[in-house]
Design a protein around this ligand. Structure first.
Ligand code: DCS
Length: 479
């Protein structure tokens, strides 16, 4: 009997080959344990509100009013909502054609795209054109749309950092392209060495792969490093010479926990380099409302900005975006608010600053607590989380533990993370889900648990780890 299209054996192989560890085996087991009544600390996903982060007040007030515009006609509205929130809600509603229940243009509301362009211009000091900004349902959708335009088939390669956030590996698999890895140097604070890039490209080419684009994640996920300006310049020069499109994933640009290397956008560095390179390199930059001190993951708001992309290509990307009709309109308003928050003198300014600073300062302290906690554990070493939302310690698994994992039919880091989960309820993602060098093991955890819970979590991690290491002997597996 012939198979039907959605019988498992007849599914698109690209779908079956695609792996997404952030919601993989560990997550599924954690969900099961939770159903059985065990307390689980979900540190597998960078989902701040799920771990208790409170939403910023002002943007929620504005969007609440946009969702329920009849409140604006209530004579008591001013008793619940500050005047600047009311004014902003009216402003955003005036940018829509029928409120939040109406589709917008598939590139997003022109008025919000203009606000995004103004934000980029303020941030970078260079003009930004709203026509080259598309609003998306989270950064993920934008990344998928762009990779879809780039990848023509199996012979097309995309340079992706290893370790990487698996949106990239998964989407490249889904689209039937080839991932070309370049390794970040753990011993250099997860720095990016352009010589590694050259080697990766040469090797891919020798296998008949056409390398078409390069992904950078800055600040890094899962690795947490912030790229220096000099490094970004090298990368842009490399992309120019190799004729690669640069996909700059900058979703963690607000999440910076050190002062030596503040965030600097790829667009600014490119423009600073001047002609001819500033007119040559094709760059797509991504941003989101899911991260930073906003953490509004569930709203699904994002944008991408295109630099040096020919108008006919922009038209094609517009067409692709149009198939999905319209990004979420409420999320577009969150994006508008993120790029134009309350200003000094506004009624809500002080509260907004207090809330956002409070979150960022606490994240900075948590980044430090986690790194120090991991580094106090037996056979664990961890680079400081300079930015983003994750800690990515290396776990030096003793040979006996590797043996035990093999016997259990598990990848060694999956084995370790499962044991950690069962013992402590801490739900992490094994390093193999992000890619790592052969024979080296990691785990990723977010730095998002509530600050007051952090000492207890790190104590319980340390106890588990040190017992585990004693149980399996103290040998080192690192080659
Ligand atoms: N890019 C990077 C580097 C990310 O880490 C994420 C989300 C995204 C893009 C997509 O975000 P949005 O689609 O929500 O805008 N990070 C995932 C992670 O590693 N944990 O949680 C989600």
């Amino acid at each position: 009997m012939s198979l039907k299209a959605l019988d498992y054996d007849s599914l698109n192989e690209n779908v079956k080959n695609c792996q997404y560890a952030v919601r993989g085996e560990l997550y599924l087991r954690a969900s099961e344990l939770q159903k059985e009544g065990k307390k689980i600390i979900f540190t597998n996903v960078g989902n701040p509100h799920a771990l208790g982060q409170k939403p910023l007040t002002f943007p929620r007030q504005v969007v609440a009013l946009c969702q329920a515009p009849f409140l604006l006609d209530d004579p008591n509205v001013g008793m619940i909502f500050p005047a600047d929130a009311i004014a902003r809600a009216k402003h955003y509603l005036s940018l829509t054609s029928g409120g939040l229940g109406a589709y917008s243009d598939s590139r997003g509301l022109p008025g919000v795209r203009k606000e995004v362009a103004q934000f980029i211009q303020r941030r970078d000091g260079y003009p930004s054109d709203p026509e080259l900004i598309f609003l998306t349902d989270g950064a993920s959708k934008g990344v998928m749309q762009i990779l879809n335009c780039v990848i023509r088939g199996q012979k097309d390669g995309i340079l992706v950092p290893v370790p990487q956030y698996p949106l990239y590996s998964a989407t490249i698999s889904l689209l039937g392209g080839t991932l070309v890895p370049y390794y970040l140097e753990e011993s250099e604070n997860w720095g990016l060495d352009v010589n590694n890039l050259r080697q990766s490209v040469a090797q891919a080419r020798s296998q008949g792969i056409t390398v078409r684009a390069m992904v950078i994640i800055n600040p890094g996920n899962p690795t947490g490093q912030c790229l220096s300006e000099a490094n970004l310049r090298e990368i842009l020069r490399f992309c120019c010479n190799e004729r690669l499109v640069l996909l700059g994933d900058e979703v963690y640009q607000q999440n910076i926990y050190q002062d030596e290397r503040p965030f600097i956008s790829s667009k600014k560095v490119l423009m600073d380099m001047g002609a001819p390179i500033s007119k040559e390199v094709q760059l797509i930059s991504f941003h989101t409302v899911s991260k930073g001190y906003w953490g509004e993951c569930g709203q699904r708001g994002g944008y991408f900005e295109m630099t040096n992309i020919p108008p006919r290509t922009v038209e094609e990307i517009y067409k692709v975006a149009s198939i999905a009709l319209s990004p979420n309109v409420s999320a577009q308003i969150f994006m508008g608010l993120m790029v134009s928050p309350p200003k000094p003198g506004d009624i809500s300014y002080a509260q907004f600053v207090r809330e956002s600073k409070g979150i960022l300062e606490s994240l900075r302290r948590r980044a430090r607590m986690m790194t120090d906690g991991f580094n106090s554990c037996k056979n664990v070493v961890c680079n400081f989380t300079e930015g983003a939302m994750y800690s990515f310690p290396q776990i030096k698994l003793p040979p006996k533990a590797i043996q035990a994992a093999k016997q259990a039919g598990k990848v060694p880091d999956v084995f370790y993370c499962l044991k950690l989960l069962e013992a402590t309820g801490i739900s992490t993602v094994p390093g193999s889900g992000f890619g790592q060098k052969e024979g080296v093991f990691h785990l990723r955890t977010t730095i998002l648990p509530a600050e007051e819970e952090m000492p207890e979590i790190m104590d319980s991690f340390k106890k588990f780890n040190d017992d585990f290491m004693s149980q399996y002997g103290v040998g080192y597996s690192r080659m």
